[in-house]
Design a protein around this ligand. Structure first.
Ligand SMILES: NC(=O)c1ccc[n+]([C@@H]2O[C@H](COP(=O)([O-])OP(=O)(O)OC[C@H]3O[C@@H](n4cnc5c(N)ncnc54)[C@H](O)[C@@H]3O)[C@@H](O)[C@H]2O)c1
Length: 446
């Protein structure tokens, strides 16, 4: 099939590349000229395991093209997949300006039948707005005597890929949600996703509105699990229990399960925080406030400061002149994404307290250097051990594999006050005690 992907970010690039790999002819459109230039020079603007090889293979085969040419891109695809950002607006609701701009671009340039597929995470009712924008543009064209002669359908097809495992998730989805009441469009989507579900059908067809809500419901549920575990971890710590033992104890119940049951320093990233907010806004507007989600958000905001509190307590509430090594800046492992990352909250706290920071992340160093370019008290270094040079203590923020079994002797030798503040519970408390390192995990007995 000929496909157009509008928006070439984490979702758009992975989607475009994987769909090209399945044999489709894909145009990836973006308004960001720098991004498209980089892609056309063979540079991948994001860190995502496995993505580069797929992009290169399909570009070389002529199935994957990157462009800023809106008219040519829209004309190309029978399916128009919208994967632009939906950042939070000032009141927390999803800002739909990019989605609606993409819809107008489609209306302005479409010829022939188009299936408009919304992959961006959007509130219930957005498909109707997309439809109205397209119709308005078509009317403008008709008024000038231009024949657009077009017929189209809007489908909600929310994306569930996880950054860090995005290619794998796209290639082997747990489910593909297709929100549509139009049999012709549904048939197109079945055809599109057929190569990704060879052993069993994973498409779930539902109404457009249910599909739009499903995406928010999934992220809100996952965020709720995290906040629940974080709050329980803080309780465990206060009353002498160990959250890791509790986690194993409850995860063994198949109704609960082990996945997504880890306490830590709060969720971040480009999705959970904004989606939890946007769903709350939608619920408020509908007169059905989601009280649980207010708590989920409040717990998360507080949790992002938990490591700071532990660091302050260790240093008798005085961090002036202290240097803290930070391992991990990305909001989770295997990505370079620092949007809403808890590391930014921790670093902000430390700077306000008069401390300085030497931080290392295996992938997010470039993103971090942009964020902290004007901050003389934050140094982004190129290695985990380098971050420890002259530092008083170490804080671990992201669960990168390379932090899991470090050389504790080296850590002890380099830190002025050998202490590790572990926001991801990576280590065994008795082992650290035996090493003579003060260890502060989340919700554990030390
Ligand atoms: N990142 C994730 O893990 C993830 C997972 C599932 C769903 N989502 C959702 O997918 C959507 C995209 O997220 P993302 O992380 O890929 O965003 P992103 O910010 O990485 O990429 C969005 C891209 O869209 C481009 N863009 C904006 N307006 C445009 C327009 N009118 N025409 C063409 N290009 C335009 C931007 O330049 C940018 O490159 C969001 O709604 C997000 O909530 C994201």
């Amino acid at each position: 099939m000929n496909l157009t992907v509008i928006g070439t970010g984490y979702v758009g690039l992975v989607t475009g590349a994987c769909l090209a790999d399945a044999g489709n002819n894909v145009f990836c459109l973006d308004l960001n000229e720098e991004k498209i230039k980089q892609l056309n020079e063979g540079k991948i603007p994001i860190f995502e395991p496995g993505l580069e090889a797929i992009v290169k293979r399909n570009e070389a085969a002529g199935r994957l093209r990157f462009s800023t040419d809106v008219a040519a891109s829209v004309a190309h695809g029978e399916l128009q997949l919208i994967a632009v950002g939906t950042p939070p607006g000032e009141d927390g609701s999803a800002d739909l300006q990019h989605v609606l701009a993409a819809a107008r671009a489609i209306g302005r340039h479409m010829k022939g039948y188009k299936v408009v597929v919304t992959k961006s995470t959007v509130p219930v009712g957005t498909a109707d707005k997309v439809k109205q924008e397209i119709i308005a543009e078509m009317k403008k064209r008709a008024a000038t005597g231009e024949k657009s002669g077009s017929d189209f359908s809007v489908v909600s097809n929310p994306e569930f890929l996880k950054e860090g495992a995005a290619v794998e998730d796209f290639m082997r989805p747990d489910r593909v949600i297709v929100g549509s009441e139009d049999p012709r469009a549904i048939a197109r989507l079945r055809q599109l996703y057929a190569p990704f579900q060879r052993n069993r059908e994973r498409i779930i067809v539902m109404s457009v509105r249910s599909a739009e809500l499903t995406k928010y419901a999934a992220n809100a549920m996952l965020a709720t699990r995290i906040s629940f575990m974080n709050e329980l971890a803080n309780l465990a710590e206060a009353i002498g229990a160990d959250i890791e033992e509790v986690r194993r104890g409850i995860g063994s119940d198949p109704r609960i399960g082990y996945q997504f049951l880890y306490p830590g320093i709060g969720f971040g990233g480009s999705c959970f925080p904004k989606d939890v907010k946007a769903l709350q806004r939608s619920a408020d507007e509908a007169g059905r406030p989601l009280r649980l989600l207010h708590a989920v958000e409040a717990v998360n905001e507080a949790q992002k400061h938990v490591l700071t509190e532990k660091i302050r307590a260790h240093f008798q509430q005085n961090l002036k002149g202290k240097k803290i090594a930070v391992w991990g800046l990305a909001f989770k492992a295997n990505t370079d994404d620092m949007r809403e990352a808890p590391s930014q909250v921790l670093i902000g706290d430390l700077l306000r307290e008069g401390a300085s920071v030497a931080a290392y992340d295996p992938a997010a160093h470039e993103a971090a250097r942009k964020i902290y370019s004007n901050e003389k008290n934050v140094q982004i270094v190129d290695g985990a051990v380098e971050a420890l040079e002259g530092a008083d203590a170490l804080a671990i923020v992201t669960e990168w594999q390379e932090f899991r079994s470090p050389d504790f002797d080296a850590i002890k030798a380099k830190l002025k006050s050998p202490a590790i503040f572990d926001g991801r519970n990576l280590y065994d408390p008795p082992a650290l005690k035996a090493q003579g390192i003060a260890y502060y995990p989340i919700g554990r007995k030390t």
